[in-house]
Design a protein around this ligand. Sequence first.
Ligand code: DX5
Ligand code: ZN
Length: 222
Amino acid sequence: MKTLSPSILSADFSKLAEEIDAVKSGGAQYIHLDIMDGRFVQNITFGAPILKSIRPVTDLVFDVHLMIEEPEKYISDFANAGADILNVHFEACTDLSGVIDKIHSLGCKAGVTIRPDTPVEAVGSVLNKLDMVLVMTVYPGFSGQKFMPEALKKIPILVKVRKERKLNFDIQVDGGISLKNIRQVMDLGVDSVVAGSAIFGTGDPKAAASEFMSIIREYETN
Ligand code: DX5
Ligand code: ZN
């Protein structure tokens, strides 16, 4: 399934439940939750209590992007708060394989994220255990940054390796995705698209999600 994962980082936090409902009505299947600790990235967002409070108001898949140091210390909090997919940064892990195993033991899907300056080979040895690889198309830290098309060269490599090794992980992209460049990304064989400002920054997240989904669905049969 090809999926849209709107990032609430650009949403109005005073009415989070309504914002999430709006993107669900627009057809989004995931909700992207950007966790930043002020250490791995130069910004702080929110933690597991926010997930816990919105978990009862939606059945969308909680797609959690952990931009934090020492993720192994916190993944059980996020799993208990209702995470479905837990994505850790390659650059933040000292025992990547161990973190992935821990995520699976908590009943969540496991993803690994790579920054634009991290080569795709970094995840090679763990691809067989992964449910998702997240390729960043901006440096993590903030919504509304400029898309970095050069990061896309990693996508065909992941598609090729996945096929050759008969693996099943989804490929997700995150950062600066808009209605202007989504086709460029989907054409490469991406499975899941994160978008923050292009959805919640528009004033009409339902309509924006719906426009994204009408393009994403075109790729479902390809
Ligand atoms: C950036 C975050 C992204 C961000 C996306 O560090 O990981 O998920 O919220 O926002 P846009 O789509 O505005 O780049
Ligand atoms: Zn993100």
